[in-house]
Design a protein. Sequence first.
Length: 438
Amino acid sequence: MRSTRAAAAGAVTLSLVLAASACGGGSATGGGSDDSPKTLTYWASNQGASIEIDKKVLQPELDKFEKQTGIKVKLEVVPWSDLLNRILTATTSGQGPDVLNIGNTWSASLQATGALLPWDAKNFDKIGGRDRFVDSALGSTGAQGKDPAAVPLYSMAYALYYNKKMFAEAGVSKPPATWDELVAAGKKLSKDGKWGLGAEGSNPSENIHHAYVFAKQHGADFFTADGKPDFTSDGAVTAVKQYVDLMAKDKVIAPGNAEYAQNQSVSDFAKGKTAMLLWQSASANLKSQGMSEDDYGVAPVPVQSGTPGTGKQVNSMVAGINLAVFKNTDNLDGATKFVKFLTSDDEQKILNKAYSSIPPVKTAQSDAAFASPANAVLKDTLAKSAVALPQVADESQFETAVGTAIKDLFADAAAGRAVTTASVKAALEKAQQQMPAA
């Protein structure tokens, strides 16, 4: 994608970045042209155990697309720790890819920049129609009442992965269904240099995913009905404290996990250093690190009552990856063809199988390849007990502000500093003050 005039030159805060219209000036030909019909640049998110594994998964498919269309795709796999900042920089500078993966929770925030191609009925028709996609996935593609800013690519849900051998050795007969059971099991499993549960304490997005679900279970949200931040309600404070207390009070998460942000908790689980893992669609990642599917079980994430469902029984956010097109691409026709290719039935089966995710395309999801016990848990969760994160323009600031506050609370826990209700509320109040609408 060619350079365009920076639409928010001099922006110094995230709120200003997101308020800017990224493509206000457009390219030399007004944006959305087809000046480079034989090339595309694609930013893929790091879905596998490493960037190199992602390249091995994706490059054969890109070669296949080039053979079919004559369009060469230049691939860059971007780590999650860098992806949002890279995208935001691209929306203001105009120097970015033609097609990119985005976390589905960012859809409304990136939609608000004006940088992404809206998927109206005409554009959906070019890739086979909107009704090809499952409703839960479409619910995380942008603000309600607006044309989606992206289309679903991979659908995921959180599940509880548990090490069968470690459970048997500790005398834990079944996976925990409630949080009390999880803590009790975790304490039995945390011994001899091994720990009950892994976490990514320095990853703001992971922190948000868990805290948001916990808040739902306590009857709370982080935003009011009209989209204003509400970070310090009793339910939100209780949710964050409950999560951090898994390290601070319950001692079932290793203090070193406070520094994890690059999927180290998945590697620890694969190596038998931790007995449980709360993760999105982890099977392919674990397999790539040498863990047999016979070594672990998969169960729904615990809830307060033990029975997942709607309302306070929610146990996952609607996780997933969306595929977006920059509106000022040099190759709009090619970018649209590439989206159609990646969301085709065949590619959906190949890619989602490789990443142990669930196809958001209905016909691909029904394939026998996605009928494993692990996938059954994920599909059931997505259908019955998962909710989308807030589809508001300030969602990415929310992830940054609250996710970082939780990161700091984990650092306190790791250092032995007290994590109290008062300190959690103060941290969340400070985070709310960082929000544009505060």
